[in-house]
Write a protein that binds this ligand. Structure first.
Ligand code: ATP
Ligand code: MG
Length: 348
């Protein structure tokens, strides 16, 4: 039976990096007889331009019907001044929440060839292999009420709300423990339980879930300490599980341990491992259209798609191996370039 892949190139460097990842996907499709059929639509600014909204209803329906989604990135200066209700990022948040993609996997893995590109000393990052599990459909990015207003005294004020329910925490904690079980059996739950009520519930629920995973060594860490530990001694971590905003920030931080944010893939999964796959980075407007963006995060996201949504382990491994071969050959986009390597563009 054929499998439907919806491709959403998005904005900025999105179309450039997705074009390269699609080539890899098509090679895997042929070689491993995956039976994938690709179709295309728009998300983000490109959708605002085409449909007047960052996620059209028909696009959402296509996404629901697809077996997996490959996304580039959304946003850019062109849409910075539009009505906040139709900002490109709204489309991204909406597709994640409408599809129930609460489990965001962000592996930060150092390819040994890139040790020189890491922001940390080689001895601190050698062999680095961390998985950040980020809650993706709750917390402060979605909490209501939220408001910007002008007070009676004329002062402007704004607030957001950071809600988490027990069930939201439990299901993401389970993803963290399940991942720990197939990796190093070590899970660090990151919160701010010394200050936030939502984090206190988070910690309590994670402790409850831990009872079902006696083999996993669980630790808790405040997010400020976790941010520090990630650059001090990142290899102390195996799997980290954390909320939406902390996970967003910590994974950008972790990316620099691997050489570049252009190396970090991601999977966003629902309860049945249906997923959307995208690089962790954004639309990189500063380099969009120049043909110099690193496509490896998106190509590695294709590998994650094959692994998590289709259990095509051999094909997934082959793509990771191919990335390694390219790095062995000394080919580097600018973001991971170092002395003695050959600088190439996105297509090369
Ligand atoms: P967003 O809000 O969409 O995440 P952002 O403002 O955080 O956007 P990013 O797109 O994440 O910006 O980019 C942050 C920096 O990393 C930019 O300088 C960008 O050029 C660089 N960058 C991001 N992705 C890549 C890539 N694939 N290759 C090279 N550089 C990249
Ligand atoms: Mg960003």
């Amino acid at each position: 039976m054929s499998k439907q892949i919806l491709v959403l190139p998005g904005d900025g460097i999105g179309p450039e990096i997705v074009a390269e990842a699609v080539k890899v996907l098509e090679v895997a499709n042929d070689k491993y007889q995956l039976g994938f059929e690709l179709s295309y639509d728009e998300l983000g600014g490109a959708a605002v331009d085409k449909y007047g909204v960052p996620l059209a209803d028909e696009t959402l329906e296509r996404a629901r019907a697809a077996d997996a989604i490959l996304l580039g990135a959304v946003g850019g200066p062109k849409w910075d001044t539009i009505d906040p209700a139709i900002r490109p990022e709204r489309g991204l948040l909406k597709i994640r929440s409408q599809l129930g993609l609460f489990g965001n996997l962000r592996p930060a893995l150092l390819y040994p060839q890139l040790a020189a590109a890491s922001s940390l000393k080689p001895e601190i990052v050698a062999g680095l292999d961390i998985l950040i599990v980020r809650e993706l459909t709750g917390g402060i990015y979605f909490g209501q009420p939220r408001e910007s207003k002008v007070l009676e005294n004329g002062e402007r004020m704004a607030y957001d709300t950071l809600p988490y329910s027990e069930s939201e925490i439990r299901r993401i904690a389970k993803v963290g423990f399940d991942m720990a079980m197939v990796r190093g059996k070590k899970l660090c739950s990151v919160d701010k339980a010394n200050v936030l009520a939502s984090s206190q519930l988070w910690r309590a629920v994670v402790e409850e879930v831990a009872k079902d995973y006696p083999e996993v060594e669980l630790s808790h860490m405040y997010v400020d300490n976790a941010a520090m530990q990630l650059v001090r001694a990142p290899k102390q971590f195996d799997v980290m599980v954390t909320d939406n905003m902390f996970g967003d920030i910590l994974s950008d931080e972790a990316s620099m341990l691997t050489g570049s944010i252009g190396m970090l893939p991601s999977a966003s999964l629902d309860a049945n491992n249906k997923g959307m796959y995208e690089p962790c980075h954004g639309s990189a407007p500063d380099i969009a259209g120049k043909g110099i963006a690193n496509p490896l995060a998106t190509i590695l996201s294709v590998s994650m798609m094959l692994r998590y949504s289709f259990a095509q382990v051999e094909a997934a491994n082959a793509i990771e191996q191919a990335v390694s071969v390219v790095l062995d050959q000394g080919l580097r986009t600018g973001d991971i370039w170092s002395e003695g390597c050959q600088k190439v563009g996105t297509r090369e």
